[in-house]
Design a protein. Structure first.
Length: 286
């Protein structure tokens, strides 16, 4: 099939983009960045936007920069930008480790980091990263700018707290301190398929004890999130089998997993337990 008719707009500035969005959001106006989710749904006419606002030529949205202790990622930065570390230290290495799990190589050439966050697929690796690292998401509209914490941004499967006239212009990730260890694990039926569950962990070791533990889960629930009870099981503990097993059990117990015809809630819960433990083991071994 082919998309239903729509009016195409190609703004050159953020101000023009948000003005167009303000004018056409009520008529199902949509932002086009990578298009890896939107365009296929348009082709099947599951989405029929009357206006398409293409931001690919908007000045400044393709930038990655460090500022104020954070890595700032613009709205048109592609997944492929992270194939090599974009910043020194643990964060750059973490993003490069995670990106290889995203879909297939051609999709990573077009899909965007912020587009993935705005789409809010539960199986999105970047949503898991944003949740685990407490990202700040910068929304722009004709009314101004607001910064949304990741914990308040994801509102369920394919749902965020962005207003219909807001553009997700930038994501900001905290630069991780030197010595931060991390691990990422996900499970899908085939390479490139949507993940059934995933786990991202990060921590430091001070005086032989775990500090600043972060455990983020994606794919298993309607939205990615940090698991505070699992983090509490780690903080202050000596890194090793017992602490990792306790954190994995706590993460599994805290889950309210999704269920479908192929995957039961219990299966996803067990996956979370296994993936958290493996991610922690990977981090400790790094």
């Amino acid at each position: 099939m082919k998309p239903a008719p729509f009016q195409y707009h190609a703004p050159k500035t953020v101000a023009d983009a948000v003005a167009l969005l303000a004018a056409h959001a009520g008529d199902d106006g949509r932002i086009l960045a990578g298009g890896q989710s939107l365009v296929p749904t348009m082709a099947f006419r599951l989405a029929r936007p009357a206006h398409l606002i293409d931001i690919n030529n908007v000045e400044g949205l393709d930038c990655i920069a460090e500022a104020g202790g954070r890595l700032c990622i613009g709205a048109t930065v592609r997944h492929a930008a992270f194939h090599k570390p974009v910043t020194a230290g643990p964060l750059g290495a973490l993003l490069s480790a995670v990106v290889r799990h995203i879909a297939h190589y051609p999709i990573r050439q077009r899909g965007t980091f912020c587009g993935s966050l705005a789409h809010a697929d539960p199986a999105s690796e970047w949503c898991c990263v944003a949740a685990a690292l407490d990202a700040e998401l910068v929304a722009r509209s004709a009314r101004g700018e607001r910064v949304i914490q990741a914990a308040a941004f994801f509102d369920g499967a394919m749902t965020t707290t962005l207003a219909e006239d807001e553009l997700l212009a930038e994501a900001r990730l905290p630069l991780l301190p030197e010595g931060t260890k991390f691990g990422f694990q996900e499970f899908s039926r085939r390479a490139g398929d949507f993940a059934i569950a995933m786990a991202l962990v990060a921590f430091r070791v001070e005086g032989g004890r775990i500090a600043d533990a972060r455990i983020g889960i994606g794919g298993a629930e309607p939205a990615a999130r940090r698991i505070a009870k699992a983090e509490a099981a780690l903080d202050g503990a000596a890194p090793g089998k017992d602490a990792f097993a306790a954190a994995a059990d706590a993460a599994a117990a805290a889950m309210d997993p999704m269920e479908d015809v192929n995957t039961s809630a219990g299966y996803r819960r067990d996956l979370v337990r296994t993936l958290v433990r493996r991610a922690l083991e990977d981090a400790a071994a790094a």
